[in-house]
Design a protein around this ligand. Structure first.
Ligand SMILES: *[C@@H]1O[C@H](CO)[C@@H](O)[C@H](O)[C@H]1NC(C)=O
Ligand SMILES: *[C@@H]1O[C@H](CO)[C@@H](O)[C@H](O)[C@H]1NC(C)=O
Ligand SMILES: *[C@@H]1O[C@H](CO)[C@@H](O)[C@H](O)[C@H]1NC(C)=O
Ligand SMILES: *[C@@H]1O[C@H](CO)[C@@H](O)[C@H](O)[C@H]1NC(C)=O
Ligand SMILES: CC(=O)N[C@H]1CO[C@H](CO)[C@@H](O)[C@@H]1O
Length: 698
C-alpha cells in the first residue's frame, strides 16, 4: 500500500457487501457477526458470497448468493441455512466451534441452525468457486457441505440425489419453504409435487402419462441427477434436457420457482441479467394450483382445459334442463392465466343461489400478449340430492383431487377414538367411522413407519387417482408425525371371507364376484396410471357393496410399506400364507402373476367353500384330481362344489370358472393367464350363457 488514496479506496470497497475481499475460508474458533459487513466469505473467483441476507423486517438468513447482480434487482440467492427460521439483525452470528460444529445463533443466544458435525482435528469452512460451502478438517475430509442440503436451487455439478430435494419459496418475497417440491420418488422418477396444506398432487411428469410415455424409465434406481456447466441436465430416470444456450456460459442455476415451475437460468453477460434457458412446464396453466387445469378422470367433470394448440370449436353436450343455470353462472369463475412466465390466478368460487339440480359454470379468459391464449372451460356439476350439504362442504376439493387431507383429530373424532374395529391386516387396523357430513367411512390406521410425509403423500396421491368400479375408493388420508391413516368408502357387506360361509352368496353372486375381482385386478395391472401389484389378494381384501358387487381393497399399500426395506422393491413379508404364489417362497422375481395365483386360490375357495388352510397346494391338487377323474366320473363338480349352493349352479359356467382358476394356480408363472385374459374368459362365458345354456343343474 504505497499510496494512502489506494488504501482508502480499498477499505471503502470492504464496506460494500460485494467487495472483492479475499476471505474465502475461516478457521475454527472464528465467528462471523451479522453487524460486520466485512464478515462475508467470498469464493476465490469472486462469483459467490456467503453471509447474512435480509429477508424481511429485521429478519436475516445465512445464505450464499451470486455476486453478479441484475440491475435494480436483489441478490440472487442460491442457498439458505435457516430459511424457515430467520435470525435477528443484531447480535446474531455464525460460529465455527473448536468441536467442529458450525452453528448459527440468534440474538437470544439460542442455536437456530447447526451442521451437527464434530472433529478432533482443526476444521475450516471454505466457499468454493462452485458455490459450495464446505466444512473440512485438517486431513481434508469433508464433514459437511451445502451442496448436500439444497434449498430451491441446484448449481452446476451439484448432485440431486435420493436424499435431497428442491423446495420452492413461499412467494417472490418470502423465502421460507413453499409447497412445490422437486425430488426422486419411490418409483425412481424425478417428480414435481404440490404438497399443499390440504391436498397434495404430483403434476410433473404429466400424471396422465405412463412413465415411458413421458420418456422416463423406472428401472435405474440410482436416483441421481446433475446439471453440467455447459447446460446439459441428465437424470438416472432418462430425463435429459439441454439449455437453449448450450455451451460454455459462465453461470447457470436451476431453480424450482415459487410458482411451481422449474427453470434453468443462464447469465447474460452483456445485458447483465438472468434469462430462462429452459423450463419444465411450458404452459403455466398446467402447474398444479389447487385444481386449476389438470385432468382428473376419477371424479365428475369439474373443469376442462382447452389447449392453445387446439384450433377447432368445442362442444359440450348437456341435459337440456341445465341450460338455464348455465346462462346464470357464466361469471362464477374467474381465472386469469397469462403466458409471460408468470401465473396470475385469481379465482372466486361462488355457489349460485338458485336451487337448480346441476350447476354449470363456463368461463374463459385470454392471456395478455399475442403468444399464447389460455382458454378454460369450467364446468361444474353438483348433484343436489339429500347429500347436497356434504357435497357443498367438501365437494369442491374432493371432486378436484379425488381425496382430501384430514387431521388426526378429525379422524379420531370420526371413529370415536378408534372404537369400532372392523378389520385387521398386516399393514394396520381398520376402524369404522362417520365423517361430520354423515358419510360412513372405513379408516385404516397404518403401522408406524419412518417414511417421510412427502413421499407418503406423493404415493397416496397416486393411489387416490386409481378409479375403477371394482376397486375400493380412497377418500382421504392423514399424515401427522409418524401417524399414517387412509380413509376409504365403507362397504356395507364387509369382506368376502365374512360372507363365504353364509347363504347370502348364491351362484350368480359368486360368479359376479369372480368376474368383478378379475376386472379390478386387471385394471390395476394394466390400465391404471401406475403399474400396481396388489401382492395380497385374499377374501379378506375383497369387499362387497350393498349389491354384493366386489371391490378390491388394500391395493397400492405394498408401495407404501416397502419403503422401509432399503432397495428391496418388494418386501418378502407381503402376502398371506395360503394365497402366496410359489415365487415368494423360491425367491423368484415378483410379477403381476403373483396376483393371478392368489386370485385363482380365492376362486377355488369361493367355488368349493374350502379355505386353502396353510397349504394351498392341497386344495389345488384335490380339485385337479377330481377334475381329471371327470372322464370316469360324470359327477366331479358335485363332489367339489360348495354344498351351501345346494347344487344350484350353471354347469358350463362352473366348469369354465374352475378351469380358469386352475390355470391361474399353475406353478409356472408363465403358464398362468394375465388378469385381463381371466376377465375376458369369464365375461365371454357370461355373454354366451345369456343365449342358450340354461343348464342349471338342480
Ligand atoms: C429486495 O428485497 C427486499 C426485502 O428483502 C424488498 O423489500 C425489496 O423490495 C427488494 N427489492 C427489489 C428491487 O426487488
Ligand atoms: C413467510 O411465510 C410464512 C408462512 O406463511 C410466515 O410464517 C412468515 O412470517 C413469512 N415471512 C415473511 C418474512 O414474511
Ligand atoms: C449430457 O450428459 C449425458 C450424461 O452425462 C451424456 O450422456 C450426454 O452425451 C451429454 N450430452 C451432451 C450433448 O454433452
Ligand atoms: C443409472 O444412472 C446413472 C446416472 O445417470 C448411470 O451412471 C448408470 O450407468 C445407470 N445405470 C444403469 C444400469 O443404466
Ligand atoms: C394460490 C391459491 O389460489 N391457492 C388456493 C387453492 O385453493 C385453496 C382452497 O380452495 C385456497 O385456500 C388457496 O388459497
Amino acid at each position: 500500500m504505497d499510496s494512502p488514496v489506494l488504501f482508502l479506496l480499498l477499505s471503502l470497497s470492504f464496506s460494500l457487501p460485494f467487495s472483492s475481499s479475499s476471505l474465502d475460508t475461516i478457521h475454527e474458533g472464528t465467528s462471523l457477526s451479522i453487524e460486520k459487513s466485512e464478515d462475508i466469505l467470498i469464493s476465490p473467483d469472486g462469483v459467490f458470497s456467503a453471509g447474512f441476507y435480509s429477508v424481511g423486517d429485521n429478519a436475516y438468513c445465512y445464505t450464499i448468493w451470486f455476486n453478479k447482480q441484475s440491475r435494480g434487482k436483489n441478490q440472487t440467492v442460491v442457498w439458505m441455512a435457516n430459511r424457515d427460521q430467520p435470525v435477528n439483525g443484531r447480535s446474531s452470528k455464525l460460529s465455527l466451534l473448536k468441536t467442529g460444529n458450525l452453528i448459527l445463533t440468534d440474538a437470544g443466544k439460542f442455536t437456530v441452525w447447526a451442521t451437527n458435525t464434530q472433529s478432533l482435528s482443526p476444521v475450516h469452512l471454505s466457499l468454493y468457486n462452485t458455490g459450495n460451502l464446505v466444512l473440512q478438517n485438517m486431513e481434508g475430509v469433508t464433514l459437511w457441505e451445502s451442496f448436500d442440503f439444497p434449498t430451491d436451487t441446484l448449481l452446476p455439478q451439484q448432485l440431486l440425489t435420493r436424499n435431497t430435494r428442491l423446495v420452492s419459496s413461499r412467494s417472490k418475497t418470502n423465502y421460507s419453504s413453499g409447497f412445490y417440491k422437486l425430488f426422486f420418488d419411490n418409483d425412481n422418477l424425478l417428480h414435481l409435487l404440490h404438497d399443499g396444506l390440504e391436498v397434495s398432487s404430483v403434476y410433473w411428469p404429466d400424471p396422465g402419462l405412463i412413465s415411458w410415455e413421458a420418456g422416463r424409465s423406472t428401472y435405474n434406481s440410482s436416483r441421481i441427477a446433475v446439471l453440467d456447466t455447459f447446460g446439459n441436465f441428465s437424470s438416472s430416470d432418462d430425463f435429459t434436457f439441454m439449455a437453449a444456450d448450450y455451451g460454455p456460459n459462465l453461470h447457470r442455476r436451476l431453480r424450482i420457482d415459487y410458482d411451481g415451475d422449474v427453470r434453468l437460468y443462464s447469465w447474460d453477460k452483456e445485458g447483465q441479467t438472468w434469462f430462462v434457458s429452459w423450463q419444465a412446464i411450458q404452459r403455466p396453466c398446467k402447474i398444479y394450483e389447487n385444481g386449476s387445469s389438470s385432468c382428473y378422470p376419477k371424479t365428475m367433470l369439474l373443469n376442462g382445459y382447452r389447449s392453445p394448440d387446439f384450433q377447432g370449436d368445442l362442444y359440450l353436450r348437456l341435459p337440456e334442463r341445465n341450460l338455464f343455470s348455465y346462462a346464470n353462472s357464466v361469471q362464477d369463475f374467474t381465472l386469469v392465466c397469462s403466458s409471460k412466465g408468470t401465473v396470475q390466478l385469481d379465482r372466486k368460487y361462488k355457489r349460485s343461489q338458485e336451487n337448480g339440480i346441476v350447476k354449470f359454470l363456463l368461463w374463459f379468459a385470454s392471456g395478455v400478449g399475442l403468444e399464447i391464449i389460455c382458454i378454460f372451460l369450467v364446468w361444474c356439476l353438483l348433484t343436489r340430492t339429500q347429500q347436497a350439504s356434504s357435497v357443498d362442504k367438501q365437494g369442491y376439493l374432493v371432486a378436484v383431487t379425488g381425496f382430501r387431507r384430514f387431521t388426526y383429530a378429525e379422524l379420531k373424532k370420526a371413529t370415536k377414538d378408534f372404537k369400532e374395529e372392523i378389520g385387521r391386516g398386516a399393514g394396520g387396523i381398520v376402524y369404522k367411522g362417520v365423517l361430520p357430513d354423515n358419510r360412513v367411512v372405513a379408516i385404516k390406521r397404518l403401522n408406524e413407519s419412518n417414511q417421510g410425509e412427502g413421499e407418503f403423500l406423493a404415493e397416496v396421491s397416486i393411489i387416490g387417482r386409481i378409479n375403477h368400479i371394482n376397486l375400493i375408493e380412497m377418500w382421504g388420508n392423514c399424515a401427522e408425525g409418524k401417524r399414517r391413516l387412509l380413509v376409504y368408502e365403507y362397504m356395507e357387506h364387509g369382506t368376502l371371507s365374512q360372507n363365504l360361509s353364509s347363504h347370502a352368496l348364491d351362484w350368480k353372486k359368486r360368479f359376479d364376484i369372480a368376474t368383478g375381482t378379475a376386472k379390478g385386478l386387471a385394471y390395476l395391472h394394466e390400465e391404471c396410471l401406475e403399474w400396481v401389484l396388489h401382492c395380497d389378494v385374499k377374501p379378506q381384501n375383497i369387499l362387497l357393496d350393498s349389491n354384493y358387487q366386489p371391490k378390491v381393497a388394500d391395493f397400492g399399500l405394498s408401495k407404501l410399506q416397502n419403503r422401509n426395506f432399503e432397495n428391496a422393491s418388494f418386501s418378502r413379508i407381503r402376502g398371506t400364507r395360503g394365497y402366496m404364489a410359489p415365487e415368494w417362497v423360491f425367491n423368484l422375481p415378483i410379477t403381476s402373476k403373483v396376483d393371478v395365483y392368489s386370485y385363482g386360490i380365492v376362486v377355488l375357495e369361493m367355488v368349493t367353500g374350502k379355505g386353502p388352510t396353510k397349504e394351498p397346494k392341497r386344495l389345488v391338487a384335490w380339485v385337479r384330481e377330481k377334475k381329471n377323474e371327470a372322464a370316469a366320473m360324470a359327477s366331479w363338480l358335485e363332489e367339489i362344489v360348495d354344498p351351501i349352493l345346494e347344487g344350484s349352479y350353471e354347469k358350463g359356467k362352473m366348469e369354465t370358472l374352475i378351469t380358469v382358476a386352475l390355470q391361474c394356480v399353475e406353478d409356472d408363472k408363465d403358464a398362468r393367464p394375465s388378469m385381463s385374459q381371466v376377465a375376458e374368459m369369464l365375461l365371454r362365458q357370461e355373454n354366451d350363457s345369456h343365449g342358450d345354456d340354461h343348464g342349471i343343474n338342480l
